[in-house]
Design a protein around this ligand. Structure first.
Ligand code: PEP
Ligand code: MG
Length: 574
């Protein structure tokens, strides 16, 4: 096949060279067809069990080698479920009624899972999901479909998918992932953010039909800085990209060494540069890249990786581990932000027409007090002796903020009553990510100790553009004058109430935005760890006067395109 170049939205810097793994969630619709004899259908079931056992054993072994016995144990448990006599008896019962093995299996799994889920116990509820998982594997095999689940990746590969949800990516092994490419998605879809956090190259919004074009490719090159995917590359193309990869890595090393120092503008004003992280591993990466704190800890990772919500002890241990890595640096715990494109499997989610405008973030926390209180207890306990801060997502109204703060106070009272030690002086702030919050900062300041601009959602909600929809990705413009006006308004209003303002949306780490934000007076920049060295370098190259002049110039412009063009010229001069 001749070399072919495809172009998408560059979402995370880096070059990857390797084979492609196509992730296609299998369509398990059972076709209508006449059954064979009872014995023939049972033989098919038996053969499917045999293949499932082999697949599960392969998964067990590969996970055992790279992640240890504990992580691999689930695949052992699945093998035990395969040989459950109740499952076999129920399948036989269906087949004897004249069904195909697929129909009998689907019915058997449904009944077994419902029985476990109905036992009202967390452990059995989790097992119910495992039974469904085993059932899907068997059904997929009976239908003659290949195993394309993400955990079937066994060699380092570039993952190509229509889209990747955070729950998909939570199960992905970073060691085996060279990069991501998705047909859908935009710059701030959560799979793109995750790629930046993990330092994996990513290209999103490649458009429909990509999976067909690349399905059988063994060799590919992707460049997450330019958005280029090269299918069937010539040897000289591979050699050229290997060289560019090396050059970029050594340049980054120079910047990274310089990033150990705290950030200051050229005239010496101190500006905080922090990291957005997801878990303890990324906290370590943040430290290596010169993070002065954590401006956004996305606590969702704990809620999406499992089939049950994490209990207080599990959260406490995870938060404590992160705080210990960060020492006395500030760590902002953003409370649970699920919903939107991040639905967990255990909460009954309504079918929503507009999930991003629906049951999400603080709305869920206020509706599920037990879930919220458990998280707040874990944060307050973990923060003792460290510098923890609490931040609520998606606030749009003062009453909502007051109610959330009341829960914090209630949790503190409970901990005091039970003589459980906790950090009593944790500042509580909010994300400014709805236009409602941005225009109401002076009012919200009554109950918020600080603010952090979430420009991913703020752009989505201001521009009425779904942040994950590649069809409208061109309209997702965080440097649009309307978004910039909201940012300026937020910073000015917060400062006049003597509150500090940070930014943890992706815009904070974009070189084209940093001079403007500096000029507007932003106090803290929080970004994916790997963006920190370049951001610090840029901040150090600008005086406040120059940044303010740039910001003034930009604020007088009428379109995002004009602003982007101007900023490219500014950056070229720096
Ligand atoms: C944001 O919306 O800008 C943000 C930082 O939060 P998230 O991307 O997790 O929604
Ligand atoms: Mg957000």
């Amino acid at each position: 096949m001749p070399e072919m170049k495809l172009l998408g939205i560059p979402a995370s810097d880096g070059i990857a060279i390797g084979p492609i793994f196509c992730y296609i969630p299998a369509d398990l619709t059972i076709p209508v067809c006449p059954p064979g004899t009872v014995e023939a259908e049972m033989d098919r079931f038996e053969a499917a069990r045999g293949q499932a056992r082999t697949e599960l054993q392969g998964l067990y072994e590969s996970v055992h080698i790279r992640a240890g016995a504990e992580e691999a144990a689930i695949f052992e448990a699945h093998q035990v479920m395969l040989v459950d006599p109740t499952l076999e008896a129920k399948v036989r019962e269906g087949v004897e009624l004249g069904w195909t093995a697929e129909q009998a299996l689907a019915k058997a799994i449904e009944e077994l899972a419902a029985m476990l889920a109905g036992m009202g116990d967390e452990l059995f509820a989790a097992r119910s999901l495992d039974v469904k998982d085993v059932g899907r594997r068997l059904l997929r095999i009976l239908l003659g479909l290949p195993d394309t689940a993400l955990d079937a990746v066994t060699e380092p590969s570039i993952i190509v998918a229509e889209d990747l949800t955070p729950s998909d990516t939570a199960r992905l092994d970073p060691q085996l992932t060279l990069g991501f490419i998705t047909e859908q998605g935009g710059l701030t879809s959560h799979s793109a953010i995750l790629a930046r956090t993990l330092g994996l190259p990513a290209i999103v919004g490649m458009g429909d039909g990509l999976l067909e074009k690349v399905s059988s490719e063994r060799s590919t090159v992707m460049d997450g800085r330019t958005g280029e995917l090269i299918v069937s590359p010539k040897d000289e193309t591979i050699a050229r990209y290997k060289e560019v990869k090396q050059q970029r890595e050594s340049h980054l090393k120079i910047l990274r060494d310089a990033a150990e120092k705290d950030a200051h503008t050229a005239n010496g004003r101190r500006v905080e540069v922090a990291a957005n992280i997801g878990e303890v591993e990324t906290a370590r990466t943040a430290m290596e890249n010169g993070a002065e704190g954590v401006g956004l800890l996305r606590t969702e990772f704990l809620y999406l990786e499992d089939t049950v919500p994490p209990n207080e002890e599990k959260q406490y241990a995870a938060y404590r581990a992160i705080l210990e890595v960060m020492g006395q640096r500030p760590v902002i715990f953003r409370t649970l932000d699920i919903g939107g494109d991040k639905p967990p499997t255990y909460l009954p989610f309504p079918q929503e027409m507009n999930p991003f405008l629906g049951w999400r973030a603080i709305r869920i926390s206020l509706a599920e007090p037990e879930l919220f209180q458990t998280q707040l207890r874990a944060i307050l306990r973990a923060a003792l002796g460290h510098r923890g801060l609490i931040m609520f997502p998606m606030i749009s109204d003062l009453d909502e903020l007051r109610r959330a703060r009341e829960v914090v106070e209630r949790v503190k009272a409970d901990l005091t009553r039970d003589s459980i030690p906790f950090a009593a002086d944790v500042p509580v702030g909010i994300m400014v990510e709805t236009p409602a919050a941005a225009v109401l900062v002076d009012v919200l300041a009554e109950a918020s100790d600080f603010f952090s601009l979430g420009t991913n959602d703020l752009t989505q909600y201001t521009m009425a553009v779904d942040r994950g929809n590649s069809k409208v990705a061109g309209l997702f413009q965080p440097l649009h004058p309307s978004v910039l006006r909201l940012i300026k308004q937020t910073i000015d209003a917060a400062h006049s109430c003597s509150k500090w303002v940070g930014m943890c949306g992706e815009l904070a780490g974009m070189p084209k935005a940093i001079p403007i934000l500096l000029g507007l007076g932003l106090d803290e920049f929080s970004m994916s760890a790997r963006a920190i060295p370049e951001a610090k370098h840029l901040i150090g190259a600008l005086t406040d006067a120059r940044a303010q002049q740039i910001a003034r110039e930009v604020m007088s412009m009428s379109t995002a395109a004009e602003i982007e063009r101007y900023m490219m010229e500014v950056l070229a001069k720096i």
